[in-house]
Design a protein around this ligand. Structure first.
Ligand code: ADP
Ligand code: TZD
Length: 582
């Protein structure tokens, strides 16, 4: 083991092998099949990043820790293994913290490992280099937080971090490693023994038989049943069971945005194009790995057929979730099914038996009619070719590109850019869509894109609002440095939401405006990648085809009509002034 050094034992004079904290950490990670770390070097982890690389761990280093953290979170979602992010103390740690909190909010498993300053000095507030009580700060923002003070505890620290990130509802874990720990040495054999290979970190959680029966009985009486798939269902990698449930039951389903592609969006039972019809109409809704949070209007109000903003509709809910406390979080849950998605869906299917009656034809026919109407309307919009391009004409190109390469991963952020992409671009395979998730956070773009390319090796297409792109734009250098097959498409409409705001007093530009005609494509060119400006769908299609075929880092500056779209996209109503008007 290269990790080991020899040193004279003081008592006997015989050589004993020792191992240091750096290498114990590397060995502990490797023992648990961690092969990639997303990081940004500096004191006290610079040497660690070099040593880990020398020991065969893939080190992917970024220009800002938030994006390394976002990459780790996306890797966690895609692989069902905790993504690892490593940062330096205080400011680096804080930069990574947003990603850790976001991962926790989205139920993605990740571990933020951060070097920290000396405990004795931090605790007495004596002014150390990058002094900060990081453990205390991280705790409320993640699922679990640990600190390791002694080399012999590194194995336990990593094991606890992995188990915490993966078991039950997945989430973010913080692991605090003070600088001194890395240089500590111990007997190599004892060190090796102290490491733990975590066995079954996300054990199957089987739902109770009476809970399954309750759910089956409720579903049996449904006249207008609906299945709602969330990103927990995508994460669970129970794709075959979910498809079997949908197809054997004949129940229409709606995917939340990151559950798109679990079944192809073109599936006859997919009700996405009739969303605003099925939600208020449904009588029994099976939630699978989806929370009734703001993205689903908390299960209340007009969306669900309720008579007022806070009124529930007439639906009864069956909720499959690994977290026992998710049920009743917003409206009553008639039949909670607590367990992992795979086990719960299998149990539900078994409980439904082979002679399951398909939903009434009036229900499915009414949905089909709505879908047809809306899809025809959409096709009309997509068929237009206005100059300058609008969201529809540009996204029509991307829709075709994903149809041709259904294995490509689509990363998506922005406001209008997000909303339109979600509804226009069909997905065909599970876990191919990564986006702003539960918080609607901007800045995930390049971190998610890097992770998607690194862990899957597939082409990545990142559809970015120009504002959204700005949060992580510098990472195009990272994309070029690792020569990743990422094509970034910036929907350039000169501002946050739109580019048409005006400062009524003159002088400075309006708060939502950007430099007009910005040449984003030159950012990729600056680092040796391909940069293209596209003003028509034909130019966009050509550049995108070439990018996907070549796998070369590419940025397409897609010029979009600056008057297109709306303020805040589809969540305009959440702006306080809009709420005041209600
Ligand atoms: P969406 O935003 O797509 O609606 P959410 O993030 O709101 O999805 O919900 C995901 C839900 O999935 C969470 O409540 C989480 O506890 C649950 N979940 C995550 N992984 C699993 C799993 N393996 N089995 C069951 N539930 C899971
Ligand atoms: N900061 C963070 C971290 N997250 C946010 N969601 C916001 C700010 C607020 N915000 C949105 O919710 S969308 C958005 C911001 C700044 C950008 C919208 O502009 P865009 O997209 O250019 O990315 P469109 O397509 O032009 O609307």
């Amino acid at each position: 083991m290269s990790a080991v050094s020899e040193k004279a034992a003081p008592t006997t004079g015989e050589a004993t092998e020792t191992i240091d904290g750096f290498h114990l950490l590397i060995d502990a990670l490797k023992l648990n099949d961690i092969d990639t770390i997303f990081a940004l070097p500096g004191i006290p982890i610079t040497d660690f990043t070099r040593m880990a690389q020398a020991e065969g761990i893939r080190m992917v280093t970024f220009r800002h820790e938030q994006h390394a953290g976002n990459a780790a979170a996306a890797a966690g979602f895609l692989t069902k293994k905790p993504g690892i992010c490593m940062t330096v103390s205080a400011p680096g740690f804080l930069n990574g913290l947003t990603a850790l909190a976001n991962a926790t909010t989205n139920c993605f498993p990740m571990i933020l490992i951060s070097g920290s300053s000396e405990r004795e000095i931090v605790d007495l507030q004596q002014g150390d280099y990058e002094e900060m009580d990081q453990l205390a700060i991280a705790k409320p923002l993640c699922k679990a937080a640990f600190r390791v003070l002694h080399a012999e505890d590194i194995g336990v620290g990593i094991a606890r971090a992995i188990r915490s990130a993966l078991s039950g509802r997945p989430g973010g874990v913080y692991l605090d490693l003070p600088a001194k720990l890395f240089a500590q040495t111990m007997d190599a054999a004892a060190g090796k023994k102290s490491l733990i290979r975590v066995v079954d970190p996300a054990p199957a959680q089987i739902p109770a038989p009476d809970a399954v029966k309750r759910a089956v009985d409720l579903l049996k009486g449904a006249k207008k049943p609906l299945i709602l798939l969330g990103k927990g269902a995508a994460y669970a990698q129970a794709d075959a069971q979910i498809r079997a449930l949908v197809e054997q039951s004949g129940i229409p389903y709606l995917p939340m945005s990151m559950a798109k592609g679990l079944l192809p969006d073109t599936h006859p039972q997919c009700a996405s194009a009739a969303r605003s019809f099925v939600l208020p109409e449904a009588d029994v809704v099976v939630l699978i790995g989806a929370r009734l949070n703001w993205l689903l209007s908390h299960g209340k109000g007009k969306t669900w057929g309720g008579s007022g903003a806070k009124a529930a509709g007439g639906q009864q809910f069956i909720q499959i979730d690994i977290s026992p406390t998710e049920a009743d979080s917003n409206v009553p849950t008639a039949a909670p099914l607590v367990g992992d998605v795979g086990s719960c869906v299998s149990a539900l299917l078994a409980g439904m038996g082979s002679g399951w009656a398909k939903p009434p034809a009036e229900w499915t026919a009414a949905i089909a009619e709505r879908k047809d109407k809306n899809l025809t309307k959409m096709a009309e919009m997509l068929g237009k070719n206005p100059a300058p391009m609008n969201f529809h004409s540009a996204l029509n190109v991307i829709r075709d590109a994903i149809k041709a390469r259904p294995d490509a991963i689509l990363v998506n952020e922005g406001a209008n850019t997000l909303d339109f992409t979600r509804s226009i671009v069909d997905m065909y395979q599970p876990r191919k869509r990564l986006d702003v998730g539960t918080w609607g956070i901007m800045g995930i773009g390049m971190g998610f894109a890097v992770a998607a390319a690194v862990v899957t090796g597939k082409p990545v297409i990142a559809i970015e609002g120009d504002s959204a792109f700005g949060f992580s734009g510098m990472e195009v250098e990272t994309i070029c440095r690792y020569n990743l097959p990422v094509c970034v498409i910036v929907f350039n409409n000169n501002g946050v939401y739109k580019g048409t705001d005006v400062n009524p007093r003159g002088g400075d530009m309006a708060p939502t405006q950007f430099v007009k005609g910005a040449r984003y494509e030159m950012m990729m060119q600056a680092f040796g990648g391909v940069g293209v400006k596209a003003t028509t769908p034909a130019e966009l299609a050509k550049a995108l085809d070439e990018a996907v075929a070549s796998g070369k880092p590419t940025l397409i500056n897609a010029i979009i009509d600056e008057t297109a779209g709306t303020e805040s996209g589809r969540i305009t109503s959440l702006n306080p002034s809009a709420a005041k008007k209600k």
